[in-house]
Design a protein. Structure first.
Lengths: 198, 198
């Protein structure tokens, strides 16, 4: 390490702060960057700065966006009757990829987690409640099936249920292509409970 | 992919051009960068631009450096009688790490590779020859033990031998901690040839 010139060491150091990038990988990346053409290097650095600078949260749904409202909230052709609640923007992208959901989203930016000092006010629940007008007929709680995700879904369900809006949760079960033998017991119980008639 | 805002997609695209960074990893890195503090992001981008901008090749040995001559060539306390010839700057760092070699280096920036159209004039051999004054007693050819590395070493040896300078090559053998059972045959032959007396 100390045997490279200072700017190389500095680059390796910065790269190795990234998740999943160890010392060796950072070195490999650094030397690749030094081998790249000047304009390619500038483009890489610029894309990093730009993403951070241009990306904001949609003031309506909380999704990451470079314009406000975001392209989904700004699309009047979508189904006003449904809002899918997710933990973060990556989950919006995952849902959009399946091309089966045509409603709007609401991004919580986390889950309720008392252990980490994150209560209902620390995540974007208030914003969701203010969006629930007469057009909204169903709220799908697509938080992750973790303890925090389930607790957050329960909390929101209890808030919304009295408003006469249908509240649903994504189904649990054996993943497609998964093996029953290797499914964990909780998943198997959920799969049995949610069995469908053929 | 197409479901993220443009600056995020652009960042993912740039990151996935790096070696060993697939689509999924690029996405993970991109969202990590978006989560980072603004000044951390600027520092990362700046380290990329700076490394590319500040790093040049030492006009004497060809090593990557931010000053010319590099810190090794500029160190008069090193052993003038030895020059270790390597393929690239990473090899200089590897040699420096062992703290056993105290001479100077010469970086070839590649190997002779007729298949890729790289002849002796395309790599930094001429620069090596001009450095061979009366102080130099030994040239260690530490090119990689590949076909190209061996051929390059052979070529340089034939140039330097008539000058009455000792030319050596790093020893081949079983790696320390390696298993004889799993050593390839060529390595084993070299290890046998180079056996030492106890």
């Amino acid at each position: 390490m100390e045997h490279y010139a200072a700017p190389i060491n500095h680059l390796i150091e910065e790269l190795s702060k990234l998740p999943g990038i160890g010392r060796k990988t950072a070195q490999r990346l650094a030397f690749h960057i030094l081998d790249m053409k000047g304009d390619q290097v500038v483009r890489l650095a610029q894309s990093i700065v730009d993403a951070k600078k241009l990306i904001k949260f949609c003031s309506n749904c909380g999704n990451m966006t470079d314009k406000d409202p975001c392209s989904i909230c700004g699309n009047v052709k979508r189904d006003k009757s449904m809002i899918c609640v997710v933990e973060d923007s990556r989950d919006v992208a995952a849902m959009e990829r399946i091309k089966e959901f045509h409603g709007y989203y609401h991004v919580l930016h986390g889950t309720i987690s008392p252990m980490d000092g994150i209560g209902p006010d620390e995540i974007n629940i208030k914003g969701l409640i203010t969006r629930l007008n007469n057009d909204v007929k169903e709220v799908i709680l697509a938080t992750n099936p973790t303890i925090e995700g389930e607790a957050t879904a329960m909390y929101i369900a209890r808030l919304i249920n009295p408003m006469g809006i249908r509240v649903t949760r994504l189904a649990h079960g054996i993943p497609v292509g998964g093996d029953i033998e290797y499914a964990d017991e909780v998943t198997l119980v959920k799969a049995l409970e949610g069995r469908t008639q053929l």
